[in-house]
Design a protein around this ligand. Structure first.
Ligand code: SF4
Ligand code: SF4
Length: 697
């Protein structure tokens, strides 16, 4: 949706928006004064929308922080000074922020504070699927989880209210599917934030040392226990639902089925449960949990008692979190229902995302299903997929057309193969988080592991010190990851002068998550929607930064000259000790976007257009596809002159798809790859009639 529409002052208006837009809207309506994040799927878009708000409003400040720990700490600071704050990042970011996360709740909050964290159970865009709800076992921070797009907005507001009421932070748990779902949201009133905050000194509360920490811990645990026992808080977030009505008062419609079965669920799984109930034509009582930690024991017991349940089926993704605490509650604290059966993970997987189909199969074990044929269809569908999927062609992920990484990895592959032949050296490639993990894919296959942000240089630190002579390490890191958690491992490598080559890709953006600005983005390139922002950023020059670290072998280069890159790689990789190669080249995609915009503005003045084409004399060696792999280069079968004509390899025609090609950015990088000089540069003056060729080589 249009960014300005998201922040419209129109209470009661119903608007279609995504879960992430609803979070941003909730932050706006709740009068949040300060927000910070480090971008990461599935929540990157929330920050991008808040950046607009920050640029256009005097009452709100948003910061793309260097990493999640800094983002969380910034929000703690804002809250302690008395204003509302929301920090957001992906599930893995919570590990980075885990240090302050475990301590600051002892001191509590002043302005309401929310930690909005997006999980990725299907590992669609992450390196693991950790279930962050388990953090509550040691942090004790209450967890709320919306189940609909409307709740994405409403839970931000309610969460902040509860945070202020009990003076504790609240964790808002959400997963990819809901962030990216669309739904109708009713807009609410907009609360204007306090413009300035004030910090009131209180060492007993904020300086967690010696006896104070223990005292504060006890006080904090007491607050959590108060929340757990508060029926109003329970009813604010949790409610009993029927599959056929979203309104609680219609619960009289709920079937008290023969087997006396109830359902417990939360988040996006609530949607799967409702769909499964509709398809199977069952209507059990559903306890939809919005507050999933701490647990209100008596309210949970009431659910079982009210519907006289014998069994509860728990539907949740990943770990048996709700299932475990439910079992504990019913076995230990619920007098009437000690014999209650609770089922969940013995039927549902604890890896990957759930689906309506999986939930239907789970329910079918316990309910008498009227439309059995649906389950048979499900079985048939599964069998058909098992047969079809192995035969489907796999679409390899790859860099964008004209991407600056392609020439680097092409040159790196050539060089390492050459050095292997010459010296018998085996190269090992230590990856990190960023677009360059695509080096793993065909045709480069130059990646041996990827673990987490900053681990590329980190892991190499230890391995480089104990490797046999015939193995050499190369580590990659992008600029955003470098500033996130890459500086410390680099300093460690400098300290020990380990035998390691590090490639630092300076592309000026956090490109993989949608081109968010970073500290190394030149100020003149930063996108601004307005001038209202309170943050006046200073850009840091990565080249100057590295030069000041005293690295003995530091080489600075650009990315599109393959011959130059090969020369540098060959020279540096034969040296002993630490070698750092900084590749300064802006992300091609972002540069192209800007270029296109500028071109539109200056269209009248532009004299010529550059195109790259493949000559008809192409010898079809396939090097441009097989070794370079720019997706703009393709081969197709020539049109046959007659149906009887047989087709063979000779009928292949290589071409460059001009809708994908970005010649002004990559300068025709592929020409360096075609040893037969079959990739031609053509300059056309579009203003001349008939588009006469002006220059062609
Ligand atoms: S364009 Fe060049 S590299 Fe590509 S197939 Fe033709 S001759 Fe080979
Ligand atoms: S000029 Fe060549 S390398 Fe550049 S985008 Fe076009 S096809 Fe790809």
């Amino acid at each position: 949706m249009k960014l300005s529409k998201l922040y419209e002052d129109a209470p009661g208006k119903k608007v279609l928006m995504s879960g992430n837009e609803a979070f941003a809207r909730g932050i706006f309506e709740a009068g949040v004064r300060f927000s910070a994040n480090y971008p990461g799927t599935p929540l990157s878009e929330v920050g991008d929308r808040l950046k607009y708000l920050s640029d256009t409003s005097q009452n709100f400040t948003f910061d793309y922080a260097l990493n999640e720990k800094v983002a969380l700490e910034s929000c703690i600071g804002a809250s302690w000074a008395g204003v509302r704050s929301v920090v957001m990042f992906k599930h893995l970011g919570l590990n980075v922020a885990a240090d302050p996360l475990h301590t600051f709740p002892y001191s509590g909050v002043n302005g309401g504070m929310l930690i909005l964290c997006g999980g990725d159970p299907g590992i669609l865009s992450s390196t693991n699927a950790q279930d962050n709800r388990l953090y509550s076992l040691h942090t004790k921070i209450p967890i709320i989880e919306p189940a609909t797009v409307q709740e994405c907005k409403d839970f931000i507001k309610e969460g902040l209210r509860i945070s202020e009421l009990f003076q504790i932070p609240i964790y808002l748990h959400v997963t990819t599917r809901l962030c990216h779902s669309n739904g109708i949201v009713e807009l609410g009133e907009i609360k204007t934030p306090k413009k300035k905050g004030q910090f009131k000194k209180n060492p007993d509360r904020y300086v967690n040392t010696l006896g104070r920490a223990l005292k504060n811990q006890k006080a904090y645990f007491k607050k959590i226990s108060n929340i757990a026992q508060n029926p109003k808080v329970f009813n604010l977030f949790n409610n009993v639902k029927s599959a056929y009505s979203s309104k609680q008062e219609n619960n009289k419609d709920i079937d008290i089925n023969d087997a006396n079965i109830g359902i417990m669920t939360s988040g996006i799984c609530f949607g799967y449960v409702i769909q499964a109930c509709h398809k199977l034509d069952i209507n059990p009582p559903i306890l939809k949990l919005g507050l999933i930690f701490p647990v209100n024991r008596s309210e949970i017991c009431n659910f079982a008692n009210e519907f006289n349940l014998d069994k509860i089926l728990v539907v949740e993704e990943l770990e048996p979190f709700i299932e475990t605490f439910s079992k504990r509650v019913f076995c230990n604290f619920c007098d009437v229902k000690r014999e209650l059966e609770i089922h969940g993970k013995e039927f549902l997987p604890n890896t990957g995302e759930l689906s309506t189909d999986l939930v239907m199969k789970f329910f079918s074990h316990f309910f008498k299903i009227k439309n059995e044929y649906l389950l048979e269809e499900l079985e048939m569908k599964e069998n058909a997929l098992q047969e079809i999927i192995p035969g489907l062609p796999i679409r390899q992920p790859t860099f964008c057309p004209g991407c600056q990484y392609r020439t680097v990895f092409y040159a790196l592959k050539n060089t390492t193969e050459k050095l292997k032949k010459k010296h018998g050296t085996e190269f090992i490639y230590s990856g990190d988080i960023g677009c360059y993990t695509l080096a793993e894919a065909y045709p480069y296959e130059l990646l041996d592991w990827v673990v987490c942000m900053g681990a590329g240089i980190g892991i190499a630190n230890g391995m480089a010190q104990i490797l046999e002579e015939n193995q050499k390490l190369i580590a990659y890191i992008g600029d955003s990851t470098f500033f996130h958690t890459g500086i410390q491992p680099l300093l460690n490598a400098i300290k020990n002068n380990i035998d390691l080559t590090i490639l630092i890709f300076n592309n000026y953006w956090t490109a993989m998550t949608g081109h968010q600005e970073i500290i190394a983005t030149p100020n003149e390139l930063i996108k601004r929607y307005g001038k209202a922002t309170d943050i006046h950023t200073n850009s840091l020059n990565l080249t100057a930064f590295l030069k000041n670290l005293g690295i003995k072998n530091l080489t600075i280069t650009d990315a599109y000259n393959i011959e130059k890159l090969e020369r540098i790689f060959e020279r540096e990789m034969q040296k002993e000790g630490l070698k750092v190669i900084l590749i300064n080249e802006e992300c091609a995609l972002e540069k192209q976007r800007r270029f296109k915009k500028q071109k539109k503005e200056k269209a009248q003045r532009k004299k010529t257009e550059t195109y790259y084409t493949i000559s008809e004399s192409c010898v079809k060696c396939n090097d441009c596809i097989d070794q370079f792999g720019c997706p703009a280069i393709n081969a197709k079968i020539k049109q046959k002159s007659s149906d009887n004509e047989e087709q063979d390899f000779e009928d292949l025609e290589y071409y460059i798809d001009e809708t994908m090609c970005i010649p002004d950015i990559c300068n025709g990088a592929c020409r360096q790859v075609c040893k037969n000089q079959m990739i031609l540069k053509t300059m056309i003056n579009p203003h001349l009639e008939d588009c006469n060729l002006e220059n062609r080589d």
